[in-house]
Design a protein. Structure first.
Length: 268
């Protein structure tokens, strides 16, 4: 029997994390080593990335050699030289189609692995030898519907698949420059509230925000970096523990990451 793998939400932040000696990168490296040592190595990775938005259907990367996408500007050449040649997985694409149901998924050979995917996979598995499929965010869905998709994907965790949501819980680039190095009250409030909701499995608090909720409006902003969290939370199964790590806040950005499964896999 395949050992159940965790579901992860990983704060990916700036692409610079991949080439910088920072705690967040070191923790991802340690997690990758632990996953290879304490559990059977993941057979395949499914990444839901903040950087792939679609309308009307959930898209999946198709093909055996998805390209590496450098979806950013103005960074050091070292970042543009990075390629993450993990193979694709047609079998996982077919399995996700089966789990999500007819008409819910589109195969897409025009995309590849953007930095929301390789930016978290590379620190954990630098050899790029685990097949990987990237999954888009269908922006025609409500937050509650994204959570439902995460729940539908939960059986994959017993099939050798590592489910990874990649984004940031608090993510507002428009406010980041002016707030960097501070801890705005609105960001602290939203950060604490969502961490509590994740630990308490409070789906309403994770998906329902009032129009008057200023903290949520600033933190979630355009929402694409928040939504991947809902896939990891949705994939929670009975008996799972929850661990929060890399729980840092800098202005309008959190690097908070969540492991759902065996909390002992990450450092306290």
């Amino acid at each position: 029997m395949t050992h159940r793998l965790p579901a992860l939400f990983l704060g990916h932040g700036s692409p610079m994390t991949v080439i910088s000696d920072v705690p967040e990168r070191r923790d991802l490296e340690a997690l990758g080593e632990t996953l290879g040592r304490a559990l059977p190595r993941p057979q395949v990775i499914l990444v839901v990335s903040a950087h792939w938005e679609t309308q009307g259907a959930t898209h999946l990367t198709e093909g055996m050699a998805p390209r590496t996408i450098h979806d950013f500007r103005g960074f050091p050449e070292e970042l543009y030289d990075i390629h993450y040649p993990a193979p694709g997985s047609p079998s996982l694409v077919a399995r996700v189609e089966e789990l999500l149901g007819p008409g819910q998924v589109m195969r897409d050979d025009s995309w590849g692995f953007d930095h929301g995917a390789w930016g978290v996979a590379r620190p954990m598995f630098p050899d790029a030898d685990i097949p990987m499929v990237e999954m888009s965010l269908d922006r025609s869905l409500t937050m509650a519907q994204h959570l439902v998709l995460g729940k539908a994907l939960a059986p994959l965790r017993d099939e050798g698949v590592l489910i990874v949501g990649s984004g940031n819980i608090v993510h507002n680039l428009a406010l980041y420059g002016q707030s960097r190095g501070t801890r705005p009250a609105w960001a602290e409030e939203f950060h604490a509230r969502i961490n509590r909701a994740v630990l308490e499995h409070d789906h309403a608090a994770l998906t329902e925000f009032a129009d008057s909720d200023e903290a949520a409006a600033k933190a979630v902003n355009s929402a694409e970096h928040y939504l991947p969290l809902l896939y990891a939370v949705g994939a929670r199964l009975p008996g799972d523990e929850v661990a929060i790590f890399n729980d840092t806040l800098d202005g309008a950005l959190t690097m908070t990451s969540v492991l759902i499964g065996d909390a002992g896999l990450v450092a306290a």
